[in-house]
Design a protein around this ligand. Sequence first.
Ligand code: CC7
Length: 284
Amino acid sequence: MKIEFLGTGGAVTIPRPMCRCHVCVEARKRGVPYSRSGPGVYVHGPNLLIDTSEDIYMQLNRSGVERIDAVTYSHWHPDHVMGRRVLESMSGDFRRWPPDVKPCDVILPEQVAADFEERLAGAEHLRYFESQGFIRQRTLTDGESYSSNGAVITPIRLAEDYVYAFSIAESDKRALIAMDEMFGWVPDPDLAGVDLAVLPAGIFEHHPITGERQIHEAHPVLKMEATFAQTLAIIERLNPRLTLLTHIEEMDGLGYDDLQQVEALLAESGRNIKFAYDTLVVEV
Ligand SMILES: Nc1ccn([C@@H]2O[C@@H]3COP(=O)(O)O[C@H]3[C@H]2O)c(=O)n1
């Protein structure tokens, strides 16, 4: 299987509109890999799209994706779902009569399905798409898996229990893809040693090169969002062959070159941890 990073930004993408910080100015000038659009990953093989940020239209048009056999969502947050109308645009037949629509499977882990009923009109929107034949919805109870083109996809509920990571097994390869929300998560031992882990980088309480504090110790976000240091501890336990970090927030003020330096420091201590960037494709 191949993992394609459609977007490696977080809730605040890079560049942030009208921001004049050096990271945003550089991203506006240089584009990818300095720019980072909304969170989204596509898995070639199962042909599975994970999350649809507001940037999904641009991302799919820019990408090597030729068909989507299934879409799933990690959680209800707006930065991960607000591009969902792509399900209509990619499947709808608006001229033939009767229309020749090929529905796409939308696989919802049970808590995500429940949260879509309460949040951002997600369930209403998906029910409309289903009524038009654009999608077929399927809710997975926790522990249940879904097969697509020979790959087995299992949602894994995180400590932030409204959020799921996805274990994807295809022939003798295993990938773990977590789109966000590592706070408090202790990976199950049976996940140890996956070939590839895709994880959110976490927020940078300290500058990863200078060590300088970047987030006030009393900031409430430190009680809600995993930090980069906490993410590194999770990686220690998970012990993947390769880790790719994503969901990199503009407000952390780290550009692509900064993160390349961090990669080099991690490699010096024998850790195979890299920062993903928009359009990156990795063979597992
Ligand atoms: N003070 C804050 C608040 C939030 N955040 C990031 O914004 C994201 C909001 O949605 P999320 O996907 O839960 O992840 C949050 C943090 O990355 C942040 O980095 N700093």
